[in-house]
Design a protein around this ligand. Structure first.
Ligand SMILES: Cc1ncc(COP(=O)(O)O)c(C=O)c1O
Length: 403
């Protein structure tokens, strides 16, 4: 990926060369089309429910308008700890948590702590493009480690990951369940990755934000995806990125958290001071409410995703021109259309011919160039309509004989 044209004046290369998002091109192309069904963005279609909005409004009305704790309100960090006990059965001390401006800010701070110029960060790919961008903005070099796609879905070859380690490697950014592939590491995968990290003294930045959006029956029975938390021990170099965006329908609030070993607390406090200087206190009040009173909402979001997955996977399979192993987790269908390796062109054609907006797989790195990403955390009726439209045109656009 190449960055935007260098401006005439002199600026740091990390800023000038930050890669553009490949999704934006399709998004801009589709802008203004009246009956377009937009499935390219990674978010649900329901607005944040009233009880969370009211929690923020009351805090604002009560005068919570001042500078606040750099690492987050103590009450919120305690609520996050309670949430971890509930979901992961883990006793995590609040001093490991820092409240951030979304998962993106957590990722960016993690990168600034572990990697800089001359360093490399391994990223299983295809991957959410912001990982690549965050590594580059920190001045380090992202190294994509291809996941392999097979009839049973995506897999990470641990030998391939190990072979990508060089003397410059500082960290591995592991997103499981993954956006866009749905790849979900097994407990054995995670133990293998952790062993590799220990062997080479690497950091693991674990993004498990989709942990609860599980669909595969084995994962559903467990209630969540396997976590590094299940295999790590005190002293392991693991950070966790988390967000309120997806579970609680709060993408626009920009709320998340970063979990680190506690001795990094003072360092993170400084990084917060010199970047955001903290997350607005009145927003944090809604975050506490989400964690303590939002379980029904999370269950609804997961059920909505599961229903969407069934509509999309069954509908697209029936076209016979789509290769889509049902994703075990998260809320994306990442599929290939037979004989159509150029996802960028196909995504533009689908805007015109089907009135459906999909993200081109090329935006997610090399292993994804032939794929399209569809977000199914949406209204079931709208998804049925989108699938019907796609089913009408895909047999025409596919070239099965080419495969
Ligand atoms: C894998 C992954 N991590 C983190 C995020 C960050 O979300 P936010 O910055 O909205 O919290 C996203 C958003 O799409 C994501 O897909």
């Amino acid at each position: 990926m190449t960055g935007p044209a260098a401006p005439a004046f002199s600026i740091r290369p990390e800023a000038a060369e930050a890669p553009p998002s490949g999704i934006v091109e399709v998004f801009s192309y589709a802008r203004g089309r009246e009956d377009l069904i937009p499935l390219y963005v990674g978010e649900g279609d329901l607005p944040t429910p009233g009880f969370l909005v009211e929690a923020a409004q009351s805090a604002l009305a009560a005068g919570e308008t001042f500078y606040t704790w750099q690492r987050g309100l103590p009450e919120l960090r305690e609520a996050i700890a309670r949430y971890h006990a509930r979901v992961w059965g883990a006793q995590v001390s609040p001093d490991r948590f820092t409240v951030t401006i979304g998962g993106m800010h957590a990722t960016q701070m993690a990168m600034r702590i572990v990697a800089g110029p001359g360093d490399e960060v391994l990223i299983p790919s295809p991957a959410w493009p912001n990982f690549d961008g965050a590594v580059r903005v920190a001045g380090a070099a992202p190294v994509a480690v291809p996941l392999s796609a097979g009839p049973a879905g995506w897999r990470l070859d641990l030998g391939r990951l190990a072979a990508a380690v060089t003397p410059r490697t500082r960290a591995m950014l592991i997103n499981s369940p993954a956006n866009p592939t749905g790849w979900t590491a097994t407990r054995e995968d995670l133990a293998g990755i952790l062993a590799l990290a220990r062997r080479h003294g690497l950091w693991i930045v674990a993004d498990e934000i989709y942990a609860r959006f599980v669909h595969d029956p084995v994962l559903v029975a467990a209630g969540r995806s396997p976590s590094f938390r299940d295999v790590m021990e005190e002293g392991d170099r693991v950070m966790f990125v988390q967000t309120f965006s997806k579970n609680w329908a709060m993408t626009g609030w920009r709320l998340g958290w970063l979990e680190t070993p506690p001795d990094l607390g003072p360092i993170i406090e400084n990084l917060v001071q010199y970047s955001t200087s903290g997350v607005p206190a009145f927003l944090q009040r809604a975050a506490i409410c989400a964690l303590d009173e939002g379980e029904e909402l999370v269950a609804d979001q997961i059920a909505r995703a599961r229903r969407g997955r069934a509509i999309v996977c069954e509908g697209l399979a029936a076209t016979n021109v789509v290769d889509l192993p049902p994703p075990p987790a998260a809320f994306y269908a990442f599929f290939r259309v037979l004989g159509r390796p150029d996802s960028r062109r196909l995504a533009l054609e689908l805007v015109d011919r089907a009135g459906v907006g999909l993200a081109p797989g090329s935006a997610f790195g090399e292993g994804g160039t032939a794929h399209l990403r569809l977000c199914f955390l949406r209204d079931p009726g709208q998804l049925e309509e989108a699938v019907a439209r796609l089913a009408r045109v895909l047999p025409d656009l596919a070239r099965p004989q080419a495969n």
